[in-house]
Design a protein around this ligand. Structure first.
Ligand SMILES: Cc1cc2nc3c(=O)[nH]c(=O)nc-3n(C[C@H](O)[C@H](O)[C@H](O)COP(=O)(O)OP(=O)(O)OC[C@H]3O[C@@H](n4cnc5c(N)ncnc54)[C@H](O)[C@@H]3O)c2cc1C
Length: 467
């Protein structure tokens, strides 16, 4: 392998293309959750599609395995080396290439950070519909490769739904470029969709055309308190019917608020009383006091129907951020607390209360763990976090992983859910792919992989075990 790596370097040296010292590899070697890491043989940081193509062709020739990487905020261990791979990190391909205000499209390189893109299109009166907590670090290439979802799937869908055109480099260096801007374009197989959610096993995404939408005149946000989680499905049904501009509906089980306050004592108790579950609701509305009053009226109805016990409406930017913080900040607080077995699953929305009950009952069997539950109510997407408590050793934490995963995915399967809502499969869930996909589907995925990457150099071991 060492000789192959040095041959790769000699064949393809460009100023600053590679990081030279293993001491510089750290940010590219360990994932955000700190659960997955491995030493790369080399870290390459191309600046153009042409460089990516040359790198891949050379890796393919020399049989060098490759890990594609963008912002390294993935949650399932798919974007970091397992040991010995060449990491191809796209962060330096970070140009916003063009913006078309008439078509409402933007063409970007894969390494553009979501927040940077959002700020750029906001200046033109548009916004990027996909939004998530990792916005300051995750990049467009990684978001397409994982088909990222986030906070507004309910209204706008996933990354797949925003994608108009794509450029990908295949394992042998072939550039497959279709930077299409058109909304209507039914011309043969739409190959771009093969790469959405492909987690770097079929090719490296280098550029994309995304649709963006005009910024709504105003966004109203409220935090709701519920007496019991049993009413979550009824709340969803009601809010969907009455909040016509509904863009987010997110839930948080109380323990996550406790953790937030424990990690940051500056976090205020949201209501006078403590409730078992909270919901953030966000709606796109017209501007001005009348629109706000109408939003408040809709909330009043939820209160009078007994679906909600209390509500706070955000009356400023600061207050909006504070209310959203109750939903967004627990992820960060969890990572500061301990290692976490994270499960990002979907169940039918009506089963969310039952699923949460079952998971809480399961967690009681694992002493030393702390459980935090929150998620996207509108999509039935629950984030289950089994966190290492202060007195639980690393060994005991890892020893319980399989048993916990079997129990969580067992509950998901029993409810007809999915083992991965939005984070992907990575290395973490590959043994559970069969819970959500049939044998025929997995065999077809493998055939596609073998066709596009016959030497198996792209992200081996991700999505399914390498052959
Ligand atoms: C605080 C926090 C909140 C989050 N919230 C959400 C959420 O609400 N919804 C959600 O969906 N996710 C969420 N995530 C997970 C993560 O941010 C997303 O999966 C994101 O899309 C990953 O983008 P990235 O650029 O960091 O990709 P990376 O982590 O670098 O890579 C992810 C995967 O894509 C592959 N890949 C990366 N770049 C390319 C490329 N150019 N071509 C081909 N394959 C590539 C990698 O090999 C890996 O398998 C969250 C993460 C954090 C840390």
């Amino acid at each position: 392998m060492d000789t192959a790596v040095s041959r790769l370097r000699t064949a393809l040296d460009g100023p600053g293309l590679y990081l030279d010292s293993p001491a510089d590899f750290a940010p590219y070697s360990t994932d955000w959750t700190r659960k997955f890491s491995g030493a790369p043989s080399l870290v390459a940081r191309p600046r153009s599609t042409e460089q990516v193509a040359k790198l891949l062709a050379a890796c393919d020739r020399h049989g060098l395995p490759v890990v594609p990487q963008c912002g390294n905020t993935g949650m399932v261990g798919g974007g970091v080396p397992r040991g010995g791979e060449v990491v191809i990190n796209l962060s330096r391909m970070n140009r916003i290439e063009s913006f078309d205000p008439i078509a409402g499209t933007v063409q970007v390189e894969a390494g553009v950070v979501l927040q940077t893109l959002n700020e750029a299109v906001a200046a033109e009166g548009f916004f990027m519909p996909v939004d998530l907590g990792a916005r300051g670090s995750c990049q467009i290439g990684g978001m397409i490769a994982t088909n990222a979802g986030g906070l507004r799937v309910l209204r706008y869908g996933h990354m797949r739904d925003q994608l108009r055109g794509l450029e990908v480099v295949l394992a042998d260096g072939t550039v497959l470029s279709n930077l299409n801007k058109l909304k209507k374009n039914n011309t043969g197989l739409d190959l771009k969709h093969l790469f959405v959610g492909s987690e770097g096993i079929l090719g490296i995404i280098t550029r994309a055309v995304l649709q963006v939408v005009p910024k709504p005149p105003s966004l109203e946000t409220a935090l709701l308190a519920l007496e019991e989680r049993r009413t979550l499905p009824a709340l969803l049904k009601n809010v969907r019917a009455s909040f016509r501009g509904l863009s987010s509906l997110e839930f948080i089980v109380r323990d996550a608020i406790d953790l937030l306050r424990e990690v940051d004592p500056g976090v205020r108790e949201p209501f006078k009383e403590i409730y078992p579950v909270y919901v953030v609701v966000e709606e796109e509305t017209g501007q001005g006091p009348v629109a706000r009053e109408e939003f408040a009226d809709r909330l009043d109805k939820l209160l009078s129907q007994g679906l909600v016990a209390d509500a706070i409406v955000a009356d400023s930017e600061t207050r909006t951020r504070e209310l959203w913080g109750y939903r967004e900040r627990p992820t960060e607080a969890i990572s500061r607390t301990g290692l976490t077995h994270k499960f990002d699953v979907t169940v039918p929305q009506g089963d969310i209360p039952r699923f949460c009950d079952e998971i809480e009952a399961m967690a009681k069997d694992y002493a030393g763990f702390r459980l935090f539950l929150y998620g996207h109510l509108g999509d039935g997407n629950v984030h289950v976090n089994m966190v290492q408590g202060r007195h639980l050793t690393k060994e005991a934490f890892y020893a319980a992983e399989k048993a916990i995963a079997d129990r969580v995915y067992g509950e998901v399967a029993a409810l007809g859910g999915s083992v991965s809502a939005e984070h992907g499969i990575g290395v973490m869930k590959r043994d559970y792919l069969g819970h959500s996909r049939s044998e025929a589907e997995i065999a077809t995925m493998r055939r596609l992989k073998a066709t596009l990457d016959p030497n198996g150099i792209l992200n081996p071991g991700v999505m399914f075990a390498a052959k």
